[in-house]
Design a protein around this ligand. Sequence first.
Ligand SMILES: [Zn+2]
Length: 393
Amino acid sequence: MEDSAAPSLIEWQLPDLVEPPAQVSMNYEIQPGDTLSDIFMEQGFGNTALNAVLAADEELLALDVLRPGTLLRFERATNSGDLLVLSIVSHPGHTIHYRRTINDHFEFEEEIKPSNWHEEVLGAPIHGSFYASASEAGLSDGDIFRAQRILEEKVNFRRDVRAGDHFEIVLGREMVDAGATGQTRIEAIRLRLGNRTLNAFLHEDGNYYDDHGESLSRAFLRYPMQGRYRVSSHFNLRRLHPVTGRIAPHHGVDFAMPTGTPILSIGDGIVSRVGNHPFAGKYIVIEHPSHFKTRYLHLSRIDVKQGQRLNRGDRIALSGNTGRSTGPHLHFELHVNNRPVDPLKADIPTASQVPAEEMAVFTQRVERLVAAMQANQTQLASRSTPQATKADI
Ligand SMILES: [Zn+2]
């Protein structure tokens, strides 16, 4: 009987040799009208997982507005069915993973691919309006809006622009291995109005200057409120979170202030988002014409609408204690080129000129961009019918 025991033991063990994977993954493409809670329910994940992921997203707010076409990836444990990782590909160069650590707690991790900026010159004679001509030349509404804001201290686009005027714009497109990320930035503008020429060049500090290195944007305010308030928590990429007791980045600076304190936009800009997040509370995101973005969290009242144009110092809200907060305060963030920086230490455009020690690099860049725009213009002039042109640099 011993002989038959061996094969039966092998048979017994066989199913175990082909172990099921410990986790399975599922991709989901966001559809118009989707909410995160609908998607979680559809995928069979409960409110506990949803809340834990939203808590991990408090510093990013990447899941608060779901853009259709964006890809989500869920990894779940085969045995328990629990969500282990949720990943969102915000663009081909930027993926965020919300990963279960212990119990029901999640932490985020960002995957940022190295990128470079591909430059092209777009130019056209102006007929009708600057907007119509720029649009025809291939610039998006966002790029046209930014171009107008960059030069708005120098030119009134409605009054000063006439038929026969001309523009060139050097547009940068961010590229990663997988292709274009969809991010663009204006590297240079040359606008010829009659016999007057206006120039704007992006410097490495994220601000725009004319060809002499004079700043085109108005200086920013350092603080988004009048008066001074105690800093209750500094910008810190490795902070001990006051509520969860864990190490987590703090992407802003917290000012302790009574609820109802007026909050001001630190610079000219446009309200790009207004929201109410279970953890960040009522919040506002403002995009500024240079490569700056600011965010204001835990507000009690919001006084602006998405798409609204703002001037530096405009009142946008009243401070509060909404969302997950240990007391009345303002959480204020400053992003340069889409990355959070310390608002108290960052090199914000308060200077009116390119610093002397950076002038050589700046001038070299100006010469290169002017040559590219000039070449484009010469090519255009050689044609019998004026039309929009586009060329890679
Ligand atoms: Zn904070």
